[in-house]
Design a protein. Structure first.
Length: 250
């Protein structure tokens, strides 16, 4: 559950349209722990309005997905759930709640490798909420008040609050190929084939600057893997054990 979300970003002008009127005045500025400068709030959401829905087109700030999570690991393991906007809602006591439930979803999927349609099925539903292409920013401070689900020693859940560069969209794998997690700005011929918008390119299309590398970098505010691995997981360097939490730039 998420109680509230604040983005106290440094700005010369503040538009009240992005600030929730229920955000207390004392929380509309914050001080940087790095250089002591003052940051002014430009976006917040307290989720105090009950029964909000977040299906595509329902909300001006957020979109809850209605699609399969097609993220696969290098070992071939993938997510077991189907994202469904119906499990994302606000409660009467002012909480944004994302539920995970046992419920079957069947759909027809086109396989671009085998070039044919196939039937798919998943037995769990969960939710993801995004601000993609609605609210974007280039720097500042993000604060969240969140209660993570489950128990730390029981595996199966992977809750997270994270950000992704707007050139890609999370779970839309085609949009992030050779964009995530690359953020190299200088020309490196060894990395050029892995970064579609490369600092080596004499021409970057879509109005992008030539010889300037760009990517859809991921920043994990908090990401948790529960469980008890009884030692390091295979093929992890540096070694990772469960339960595991990260707050990293990828």
């Amino acid at each position: 559950m998420m109680k509230s979300l604040y983005l106290p970003l440094l700005a010369t002008a503040v538009s009240a349209s992005w600030i929730d009127e229920d955000t207390p005045t004392r929380l509309r500025t914050t001080t940087s722990l790095v250089d002591g400068s003052t940051y002014h709030l430009v976006m917040s959401d307290e989720f105090n309005v009950p029964n909000r829905t977040f299906a595509d087109g329902d909300d001006p700030t957020w979109t809850a997905l209605d699609k399969s999570d097609d993220d696969y690991s290098a070992s071939g393991g993938g997510s077991l759930h189907f994202y469904n906007s119906s499990v994302v809602r606000t409660t009467p006591d002012g909480m944004l709640t994302i539920s995970s439930i046992i419920e079957e979803t069947s759909w027809t999927l086109y396989d671009p490798l085998k070039k044919k349609w196939k039937e798919e099925k998943k037995h769990f539903k969960s939710g993801m909420i995004q601000s993609w292409n609605k609210f974007c920013f280039t720097g500042g401070i993000i604060e969240v008040d969140v209660i993570l689900p489950g128990e730390p020693d029981i595996g199966g859940l992977w809750p997270a609050v994270w950000m992704l560069g707007n050139l890609g969209r999370a779970t839309y794998e085609g949009s992030t190929n050779n964009l995530w997690p690359w953020s190299y700005d200088k020309c490196d011929r060894k990395k050029q084939e892995s970064q579609v918008i490369s600092g080596c390119n004499e021409a970057n299309h879509f109005g992008l600057n030539k010889r300037q590398g760009r990517g859809a970098t991921e920043i994990d505010v908090i990401e948790l893997l529960g469980g008890d691995s009884n030692g390091p997981l295979p093929a992890t360097d540096p070694p990772i054990e469960l339960p595991y939490v990260d707050m990293t730039l990828q």
